[in-house]
Structures are given as C-alpha cells and as structure tokens.
Ligand binder design. Structure first.
Ligand SMILES: [Zn+2]
Length: 263
C-alpha cells in the first residue's frame, strides 16, 4: 500500500513564534521553525483523511491544495486540535456533500456543544448547499473501523486530557500519536506489523505534566521500533536544527508542509 502524509502544522497550541514567548529557543532565521498549529493530512490507498482541524486550517488547506476529504479524525477536544472546524464548510461546499467526522464519545460531545450549528441533523444530511453538515461517528479505543475500506484502529493515549486517541492505519503501517504523557499498554497490541512511519508529538524536550519529554518519547519509539519517526507538535523550546542533530538517524523533525511518502 502506498500513500503520503503531509504535516500541515508542526506547532503546539501557541504556534511558533507565539505572542508570549516569541521565538523562544528557536532560531528565527530557520523557516522550519515557523509553525502553525497541528493538523495532519493522510492519504493511504487513495483514501483522504484529515487528522484534527487546527485554528490555522484555512491556510493549511489552501497552501497544500486539499480540496476533498473522505473523513476527519479527531484526537481530542483541545482548541488547538479542533477550532478550525468551521473551515470544513469549504470542503462541504466543494463536494456538495456531508462529511463524516470521527472521534471518541467525550470529544464528539464537546464538539457538538461548541459547534452545534455545524453538526448535521438527519434531514440536512447531503443537503449542504446552504447548510454545512458534518456527520459525527463515535469510535472507541482498540475497536477498528473502516473509511472506504481503509482500516483504522483508535488507541488510547493517557494523562494528557480526559480522552485522547491516537490512530493506527492498516494494522500499523502508519501510526499517528497525538498529545500524550503515556501510551496505554493495550495500544501496543494493536500495532501488528513494523510501522513504516510513526508521527509523534514532542512539545518540549524536557516534558511537562501533560506532555512526554524526549526521554519518554525515545523510550516509546524503541519499543514500537518503526522504520521512520517524525516528531511534531513542537513548542518554542524545540529548535529544528538542535533536535535534528541530537536525535537518532531514523527520527526527523516536522515542519509545516513536510511531505512523507509511504512506499
Ligand atoms: Zn495539542
């Protein structure tokens, strides 16, 4: 199976530069340190998936010429992963169709509360010329589901927020880990092959109460043993060049617009 991943935004919640921290430890001369908030585009087996809708989504979709989607996966309900959701109306307008969104029960409940006007009522489904319609689909940790034949398995990520999910594509060919402090033990059993690619967050190298630091991230990487890793969700403490030089050869540091082929 072949496909590609595009890192639409490599930044943590405040972006880089941020209003309060500026460029922080990041070298402003390096364009790769300029980071929008996190969204990821996944295309596998011809199925087009967006993971999370960052507040910068409009720009990200335009810059990467993404005009159609088969589904949107949500990892959790924090604003930096959700609040560009209104920009999905443009996908509705282009396709003149409803769009399926997927997430855990609590995540979808929060999204419905905050963005009620975007959620399809039964009579509106497929009628999106004037009325945007997103169709919510609840998914559960360790329970696989399919989008146009592409197998996706949600996995539980712990200690970041009440409910946070990662997603395994095609039994582990591609593994997407979102914000976490700990990966649930059960998640490892869901990875049934050596991943070609893992995308994983490294907010700051030293870690925080709700975010794993570099030592924890490297520990999980050696356990999963993927061919290649891309670290994203980077805050202003994480300089591109410095991290590139201090991490092993199979680890790359994400930047906005980074495209990774899966062969
Ligand atoms: Zn986040």
């Amino acid at each position: 199976m072949s496909g590609k991943i595009i890192i639409l935004g490599a930044g943590a919640a405040p972006g880089v530069p941020s209003l309060s921290m500026g460029w922080g430890y990041c070298n402003p001369a390096n364009k790769k340190n300029e980071r929008h908030r996190t969204s990821t585009y996944v295309e596998l087996k011809g199925v087009k998936i967006l993971i999370d809708t960052s507040p910068d989504l409009r720009e990200q979709l335009i810059q990467n010429n993404i005009k159609s989607l088969d589904g949107v996966l949500y990892t959790h309900s924090h604003a930096d992963h959700v609040h560009g959701i209104d920009d999905l109306r443009e996908i509705n307008r282009l396709s003149r169709q409803s769009l399926n969104i997927y997430g855990g029960k609590k995540t979808l409940k929060t999204i419905k509360q905050r963005f009620d006007y975007l959620i399809a009522k039964p009579r509106q489904v497929k009628n999106v010329v004037r009325m945007p319609s997103l169709i919510p689909n609840t998914v559960k940790g360790n329970h696989e589901f399919f989008i146009k034949g592409l197998k996706i398995t949600p996995i539980k990520l712990l200690q970041h927020c009440e409910e946070c999910l990662g997603y395994i594509f095609n039994d582990g060919e591609y593994v997407h880990i979102a914000d976490f402090k700990q990966i649930a033990e059960s998640a490892f059993k869901m990875i049934k092959r050596r991943p070609k690619l893992v995308v994983m967050p490294l907010t700051t190298p030293y870690g925080q109460i709700q975010h794993a630091g570099l030592d924890e991230v490297l520990g999980y990487i050696s356990r999963i043993n993927p061919e290649r890793v891309v670290l994203n969700h980077l805050a202003s403490e994480s300089d591109y060049e410095e991290l590139s030089q201090t991490t092993p050869d199979n680890i790359d540091i994400a930047y906005d617009g980074m495209e990774i082929e899966i062969k």
